[in-house]
Design a protein around this ligand. Structure first.
Ligand code: HEM
Length: 199
């Protein structure tokens, strides 16, 4: 239950906050959604997956605010192994700290900026040097996230449904991302004013 709900909800909150702090990008996403669909009945899991900007926003949301931001421990198998170019003895505990990797200039240009375009062909001139190999929000290997595909469907569906029907506005100027993390983020309330479209 925790794996499937807290992570997806966290990411949806984070993406919404970053979109609200970047009004031009919120406007672009809203336009993409409202051009593609005129009512909830038009939406299905296949056609929302075609929305290019929505997909880029989700990737960028997972990069700038990864739900599992700490490093989950893995132990080096018996006999040792080479990890990141270094030989480590069996039993050594290793991990990848996701937040640190995604906010390092060694992997991503302008790491603290919310730039969905970096995941699109149009952004490659400026962000082509980003090292997407460092980006594994669902981790890697046979025990990585079981719900990855469902999570993408859920995030697309929820964000599309909300932005199709409501205009969003931050209700206060709290720096929402100023949070502690204990495996998952200790989220504060994200206060948003919603206005029904056309009202
Ligand atoms: C944005 C949403 C999500 C993110 C970022 C995420 C991320 C992760 C991460 C990092 C792991 C640990 C993988 C590892 O140790 O290698 C994990 C495991 C897992 N996740 Fe997710 N997750 C998300 C959504 C979901 C959803 C929607 C479900 C199910 C409905 C789910 C079910 C699971 C399960 C069952 C595991 C344990 C897998 C195993 O140990 O074999 N997750 N997830």
């Amino acid at each position: 239950m925790i794996a499937g709900t807290e992570t997806t909800a966290t990411e949806l909150s984070g993406m919404t906050y970053h979109l609200l702090k970047n009004p031009a990008r919120m406007a672009r996403l809203t336009k993409e959604i409202r051009t593609a669909f005129s009512s909830l009945e038009d939406i299905n899991l296949v056609n929302i997956a075609q929305l290019e900007y929505l997909n880029a926003v989700i990737e960028e949301g997972l990069r700038i605010y990864p739900p599992v931001s700490v490093g989950l421990p893995r132990s080096v198998p018996e006999g040792g192994a080479k990890v990141g170019g270094m030989w480590l003895p069996g039993g050594t505990v290793v991990s990848l700290a996701q937040y640190a990797a995604y906010h390092s200039e060694r992997n991503f240009k302008d790491p603290d900026s919310f730039v969905p375009e970096r995941w699109m062909p149009e952004g490659q001139k400026e962000y082509g040097s980003d090292d997407a190999r460092a980006f594994v929000p669902f981790l890697h290997g046979p025990r990585n996230c079981l719900g990855r595909n469902l999570a993408y469907h859920e995030m697309r569906l929820v964000l599309t449904s909300v932005l199709l029907n409501f205009d969003l506005e931050l209700a206060d100027d709290t720096v929402w991302t100023d949070q502690n993390v204990y495996l998952l983020w200790d989220k504060k309330p994200l206060m948003i004013k919603l206005t029904a479209v056309g009202k």
